[in-house]
Ligand binder design. Structure first.
Ligand code: HEC
Length: 94
């Protein structure tokens, strides 16, 4: 009997953790800034991009070039988020 209780306890705890993990994953998609910091510093410094001033259209071309030519691991959605961040005044203020 004790074993059954213990197994049930372990199972429900794992289930709770899985649910919590799923909820966190869905709750907040990473922001353009987070994605930029995570994915754009893999091959060169982030300054490589931060030192440049480009329009949103130019950033899209650059980020797509990083994706297609250099194989940067970003999805279409992430490209949009990163472009929005790079072209934003939030970033230019720094
Ligand atoms: C897989 C490696 C790799 C990743 C990941 C990567 N880059 Fe690059 N990037 C390069 C290389 C190599 C160069 C220099 C050669 C060139 O410009 O073709 C470069 C050059 C650049 C330049 C300078 C040239 C230009 O067109 O203005 C910018 C800006 C840039 N990267 C931005 C980014 C951004 C933004 C990301 C994130 C989406 C990113 N990179 C991710 C490899 C990468």
């Amino acid at each position: 009997m004790k074993t059954i209780i213990r197994i049930t306890g372990v199972l429900s705890l794992s289930l709770a953790l899985v649910l919590l993990y799923a909820a966190c994953g869905k709750a907040a998609p990473p922001s353009g800034k987070t994605l930029f910091h995570k994915k754009c510093g893999l091959c060169h410094s982030l300054d490589m991009a931060l030192s440049k001033q480009k329009t949103a259209e130019e950033w899209r071309i650059t980020v797509m070039r990083m994706k297609n030519e250099k194989r940067a691991p970003v999805s279409e959605k992430e490209v949009t988020a990163i472009v929005e961040y790079l072209a934003s005044s939030e970033r230019r203020a720094k």
